[in-house]
Design a binder for this molecule. Structure first.
Ligand code: HEM
Length: 187
């Protein structure tokens, strides 16, 4: 929501038009609806790229000496993958620090752990085993918020004032709350 509220209003409006068009007057968004919402899915993917909930992977231990990108890694080393930095790597992402959901429309890169430029659910045999459930929870949750409510910034707060700072830790909680007045369309 912070990334959306910081972005040009057209992104939020486009997502809401897509969701409301697909869900109609059904009053509730369910998992089947999500397959008809490519723009919503692109927003979620772009959000996971910029703000992966776990910015470092769970550590791994090497079983043998190896060389990665010219760096010698010794047997028995503990290795962390910086998922946050990979998502902002210029080699893979143009204007990497910008929130641009359009870039995630029609790309083959998915988040299941086989495309290493986007690994918010980790990768390999210890990658997240409930990837599909986690992703569905976020997609249905966000789609429901955008379907049922119109959102605006608190009085006196401008887009540039919305911060995306996070606190350090295993996951990335938002540092400062963003209170958003919501208008329920279906009340
Ligand atoms: C948005 C939601 C979620 C995100 C972003 C997420 C992310 C992750 C990440 C990054 C890892 C470490 C992967 C690695 O180091 O390669 C992980 C592991 C794991 N996740 Fe998730 N996860 C989510 C939801 C869930 C849910 C809903 C469940 C269970 C119902 C779950 C269960 C697990 C378990 C059991 C592991 C450890 C797997 C292992 O060590 O073999 N996750 N998750």
């Amino acid at each position: 929501m912070a990334a959306l509220m910081k972005s040009p209003e057209a992104i939020l409006k486009k997502a809401q038009a897509e969701i409301r068009g697909a869900v109609g007057n059904k009053d509730i968004v369910n998992e089947d609806d999500i397959q008809k919402l490519p723009y919503l899915k692109a927003i979620v993917k772009e959000t996971f790229r910029l703000y992966p909930p776990a910015l470092l992977s769970v550590p791994r231990q090497t079983l043998a000496n190896c060389i990665i990108n010219g760096h010698e890694i010794q047997f028995n080393s503990i290795v962390y993958t910086n998922v946050w930095a990979i998502g902002r790597e210029l080699e893979y992402w143009e204007n990497p620090n910008e929130f641009l959901p359009e870039r995630c429309l029609n790309i083959s890169v998915d988040m299941k752990g086989k495309d290493f430029q986007l690994i918010p659910f980790g990768a390999g045999r210890r990658g997240c085993p409930r990837y599909s459930l986690g992703l569905a929870m976020v997609e249905v949750g966000l789609a429901s918020l955008l379907y049922s409510f119109d959102w605006e910034l608190p009085f006196g707060i401008k887009k540039d004032d919305v911060d995306t700072q996070v606190l350090p830790g295993l996951t990335m909680p938002k540092k400062n709350d963003l209170p958003l007045p919501a208008k329920n369309l279906y009340a």
